[in-house]
Write a protein that binds this ligand. Sequence first.
Ligand code: PAF
Length: 302
Amino acid sequence: MRETAASSTGTARSMGTDSVRPLVATDFAALRQTIGGWRRAGETIALVPTMGALHAGHVALVARARVLARRVAVSIFVNPTQFAPHEDLDRYPRNEAADIDLLDAESADLVWLPSPALMYPPGHSTRVQPGSAAAGLETEFRPHFFGGVATVVLKLFNQVGPDWAVFGEKDFQQLAVVRQLALDLDLPVTVVGEPTVREADGLALSSRNRYLSSEERAVAPALNATIQSAAEAARAGGDISLIEAQAAADLVARGFAKVDYVAIRDALTLKTYDAGAGREGRVLAAAWLGGTRLIDNVPIAA
Ligand code: PAF
């Protein structure tokens, strides 16, 4: 029987029958008991924060975490504070049982599965205001987003107390915001970015890809192809504003309904990119296929 970590007052769940991994903690008592045991044994911990609906991209994060630390904890929490009222919180894919089976197969040690009421009990009102990494790009279109992400990530770090935390590069600006959060608030955690996992046709894996119709799915790889071309043009020293505008026009021509942005930036600061400066750049983009918003980014080598 798979082990379940829960206090006597907690909402324990037993998810499976054939393994002692992973533990599933649904309350603070169970979480602290497990983490405390690991710490007393001198074990290191890597955390992979997720919103569930796990796919091969998450598997890569878990694999990286496994290399970094003795123990791997994965949180699954669809964080309401990073969704605006008109966004897809209600329809965001949820499949905890399948997620836990996958994490079992990937030898995660702990699944931290808090409820919204546990994470944000009535009266909860503190919000983290993210730093300069959150300026522009996603924030122009989802102004609520990084405040919600920074708040929940800080809470997860406080709850789990990891030595390392692994995030996907697919959410490149999010990774920058979390790195800045850890640095600015002296959090004793090393934030690690893991490269994006893609389908064979270049589409970045995302839990939201399952919203795409078959027609939209056929168009979707054009996002990656277009920003790859933009990266090559930027590296070759082309005019950045023109390349950005051309890439946005190409996306519309290839079937995207709307382009929120195509932006060519310095990979470290997310500010202006200068091909002559010998620094790594990044092309970041967000565009809509029907009602689905896709984001992607690719590097520009130094
Ligand atoms: O990238 C995500 O899945 C989420 O934004 C995160 C980091 C788990 C915070 O809710």
